[in-house]
Structures are given as C-alpha cells and as structure tokens.
Design a protein. Structure first.
Length: 123
C-alpha cells in the first residue's frame, strides 16, 4: 500500500484513487504535490455534483492527485487569501492544475477528456 496523501492510498498501480475532499487543514499540502488537479465547487452546485461523480469514477494516473474544495465550507479564509484569483471565479465547477505548487492550467466546467488533455502535458 502506498500513501499519497492524508486521505488517499493505493494498493496497486491499477487501483482507483479516491477524490480527496479538502478542507482548511490539508489544502496547502495537497497543492504542493508534484501534480495536483483541484476542483472548486459549492455545496448547492448541481454541475459540481455531476463533475464530482465523474471524477470519482475516473482512474487517476499514477503520480496525480485530484482534490475538491467546496468554497462555501467554513474555515477556508486562508485558502482564499493565498489564492486571490478565487474571487474572480464566476463559473463552477472550476478546475486548476498545479505542478509543484505552481498554477499551470485553469478551466471552467467538467469533462474527463478535457482534464486528461491538460494532464497529459505534464505526465
């Protein structure tokens, strides 16, 4: 078994890795991963729930972490201050690809093919 984060483990290279639900205590560590795809959403967002369901069925490539932050969750003030661009997000779900803590790609909406195309540039 390999620990890839505080809440996600893999038992073999072919295992499905769970989508990480991030909060005030773990977002910073998550974003510093070698490759991290972050999905921003809100609790009452129907499109976010649909995209979450797709992500939960996706076989995440080895070395990639996929996480979700619900912006209406209490306690995320530090995240929003550290990432001022969040205040400009007006379409949810919103996705951001980080490589070694640096934002590389961002896009609104779901779509596994779109996400895979962006990931492929860094794998």
């Amino acid at each position: 078994m390999v620990q890839i984060g505080p809440r996600a483990t893999i038992t073999s290279l072919d295992s499905v890795i769970q989508l990480e639900h991030l909060g005030p205590k773990d977002w910073e560590e998550f974003l510093s991963a070698p490759i991290a795809m972050l999905m921003l959403g809100k609790n009452d967002c129907a499109a976010c729930k649909t995209w979450t369901a797709e992500l939960e069925e996706f076989t995440i490539p080895e070395g990639v972490r996929v996480g979700k932050i619900l912006l209406d969750t209490p306690g995320l003030g530090r995240f929003k201050i550290a990432h001022e661009w969040v205040s400009g997000v007006d379409v949810l779900p919103f996705n951001v690809l980080f490589v070694d803590g640096e934002m590389k790609k961002q896009w609104a909406g779901g779509g596994l093919e779109r996400m895979q195309n962006r990931l492929n540039r860094f794998l």
